[in-house]
Structure formats: structure tokens, C-alpha cells
Design a protein around this ligand. Sequence first.
Ligand code: PMV
Length: 330
Amino acid sequence: MPHPSYTATAVACPNIAFIKYWGNRDDPLRLPSNPSLSMNLAGLETVTTVEFSERLAEDQVSIGGQAQTGAARARVTAHLDLIRARAGLALKACVESRNNFPAGAGIASSASAFAALSVAGAAAAGLTLFEAELSALARRGSGSAARSVPGGFTEWRVGAGDADSFAVSIAPPEHWALADVIAVISKGHKATGSTEGHALASTSPLQAARVASAPERLAQCKAALLARHFATFAEVVEADSTIMHAVMMTSQPPLFYWEPATLALMKAIREWRAGGLPVCFTIDAGANVHCLCPAEAAPEVERRVRALGVTEIIAATPGGPARLIDPANV
Ligand code: PMV
């Protein structure tokens, strides 16, 4: 019989970055070139169970009921190796993970996936880690996963090295009732995933300027967030998203994530804001437009986005931290 502590289940939300992470100063360790700031997305969840067991000859990984092989499984195994090394454990693991948001809806799941895997895996291995240690561990699987470990609005500081590059909560979810109205423009898999994208960032002549100016945008964004000042927040969030895409579009090879519908919505959102509707856009490594607004404006934003022909919308509010849960309640 395996020891009971060899199994644990955790839940984590994905997050949307207001100040983006793009490019590493150390790719294997995923030490970022610049600090970033994000909001966890409540309502969207990854639930992951990890069981270390003597009966397993190799790691088994299932996502949404589908057994994984190849690169997807290797990425999880590499993460389990970090946990095993830390715990002095040689056992193989069975990992079962599910997202409650539609697979292939173009919503990045690596942040919630590696946050949940880190929290469940560490507990299953018998490790008792501080939140900062769990965040640094999650970072090794996917940089943005560091920000899904603490709750609410979180800031990932670059840190000097592996141990101190982690995210902290700067405000709880209740601090500001913002909504992320996600306009699903493309459901397809990304042409270039973020891991490969980060490695290209330094080939853009604009990346140095983006990295140099990121701390100032982060300070402005954080101040606007803490003061709940939407107008200032909106301008800096859009500027930060666009400068990241300028880097993507000017790297070698260039990465063009926007579709014509992405740009149409970006322009419409700026017009709506000029007309008095508090809303701004931010876009990750894909074509979908995250429309950020105060929660009370969300129904009107959703109505206008639909009127432009977008049929699939997913809405989220500020979410809590990654945490262990009782699998009986899943
Ligand atoms: O954590 P990754 O490697 O999936 O990178 C995330 C990159 C962006 O989503 C584009 C920006 C961010 O800060 O989340």
C-alpha cells in the first residue's frame, strides 16, 4: 500500500499578464529578462492529481483523459524529476490533469497546469514548501506558472537566480472587481509556442528597449492597479502588450500572432474607451483578445464584442491561489 502522503490533488487558475514576460536571461532555468504582473482568472481551472507509486515502471501522464506521449509527457517528467530530486524520491508518478476550460480554445493552460502540478507534486512527495518556493518551482515548468501560485494580482520579480525568481501577491482577488472578457478569435494551436518564442526574443532589435522600459511600465501599472485607476491602467496595459508584439513581429524568424479580427477588435476597443466605455485590450502569444474592464462594464463589452461577429467568449474575474484540495470534492 502506498503511503497516503504519496497522493495529492491541487487546483490552479491560469492568469492574464498586464505587464508581459517575454524572453529569458536563462532559458533552461526560465529566469525572465523582465518583471511581469498579472491577474489570476477565477472560473478557469486546472485540477491535477499526482500519485507517486512503487507499482509504476514509468511516469504516466493524462490530460483531459488522454494519455500523453512525446514532448508533452517529457515536459511533465522533467518537472517531476525536479520534485523527486528535492524530496530524495525515486518513485515514478501517475499524473492526471483536467482543465474546466475548453481544450484548444486558445487559452494558455501551461500556467495553471504547472502551478497545479507543482503544488500537488510537492505535497505528494512529502515536501512542505513555502509559497515562494512553490512559485519558483512552477516557474521551471512554464514561466508564467510562477504567477499562478500566489492569489489575486501577482508580481513576478526577476530575482538574482533560481531561488529568488518567484511571484508574490500584490493584492487579493477582492481588491478590484475587474473582468477579463476573452474574445476567442482562433482556437487553433499556436504556430510557435511560448517556449520557442522566448528563445527568439533577443533576436529582435526592439527587445533591449522593451526590457529596459518594462520596470517603469510595471511601476505605473502597479500604482494604477493599487489605486484602482482604470484610465491609467488601460493605457499602460495596452502599451505593454503592443511592445511585446512589436518584439515578436521583429524577431528572426518573425512571429505574427494577430489575425485581422484581432486588430479590428483592438481598434474598436480604443474607440469604445474614447467614447466612455472603460475597457482595454491585451493579447498573449495568440490571436485572442483579452478585453479587460471593470466587472460592471463586462455585459456591455461582451455585447459589443459579439456585435463585431465574435461568437465565442469566455469571461473571468480575479482568482485565488493554487491550493491543495480534497479529491472527493472535485
Ligand atoms: O509561461 P510561458 O512560457 O507560456 O510564457 C507566457 C508568455 C505570455 O503569455 C505571452 C506573456 C505572459 O507574461 O504571460
